[in-house]
Write a protein that binds this ligand. Sequence first.
Ligand code: NDP
Ligand code: 8X3
Length: 256
Amino acid sequence: MISIQNQIVLITGASSGIGAACAKIFADAGARLILAARRWERLQEMEQTLALSSQQIHLLQLDVRDRTAVESAISSLPPNWSDIDILINNAGLSRGLEKVYEAEIQNWEEMIDTNIKGLLYLTRTVVPGMVSRGSGHVVNIGSIAGHQTYPGGSVYCATKAAVRSISEGLKQDLLGTPVRVTSVDPGMVETEFSQVRFHGDQERADKVYQGVTPLTPDDIADVIFFCATRPSHVNINEVVLMPVDQASATLVNRRK
Ligand code: NDP
Ligand code: 8X3
């Protein structure tokens, strides 16, 4: 197991759900955190909750869809924050569950721009430093949606299938370097994900998790932490996990 102590971990989408849980587990292990998201107040709340010194935490208000903003945020990091050891490409979202021939095109743009292009911008900006320093680990958050398509989910699923391909390709492109690539692909995790998918309709979001025991953000953070702490010659390529109450995107055991 490798130590996370003082490793610089950049987490996108750190203001909620899986990203926030990652911040906690890596902070507890002594990592230095760069937390990125659009909601500044949320990041500030995270900073207060984690109660780390300014040497241990650095906040970035960042919209990953904005390529120039991503490039400038990474290139203008203070020198003692610029050598990123672990990049957790977690920022992502789904929007809507309509049939593909009826869906809002704006929803597609948002998912494609965030889940694919945002992840690519971060990767393109951060990975060259990892290669030149001869160490690093990229963890992409995919989904079971990248393995199977479900009704109404075609564009979200396509973005996660793209993440899967990008992770596979990045691993190939990094062959010959010590930089590691992992895709963590969860099923149902209770976060703000469904609330965002249904544009704030909390009642509809709650129904997604009704009568089942979903995964928690901590369950996913735990797996990511495991992948990041394997000995440096071990690359965990892909982890697919779902709740015991789930067998596929559409097969869920509901008790009521
Ligand atoms: P949450 O909605 O709780 O968190 C999503 C995070 O992404 C927030 O911190 C949000 O921050 C951030 N984010 C969204 N858009 C942007 C953007 N344009 N720029 C920067 N940050 C952004 O959902 P989850 O924790 O569940 O989602 C995390 C990842 O896990 C996503 O990639 C999702 O697709 C994936 N996933 C989720 C599953 C689930 O069932 N929940 C299952 C499988 C995968 P802010 O709004 O402040 O910018
Ligand atoms: C989130 C899981 O099944 O709602 O990626 O697409 S699912």
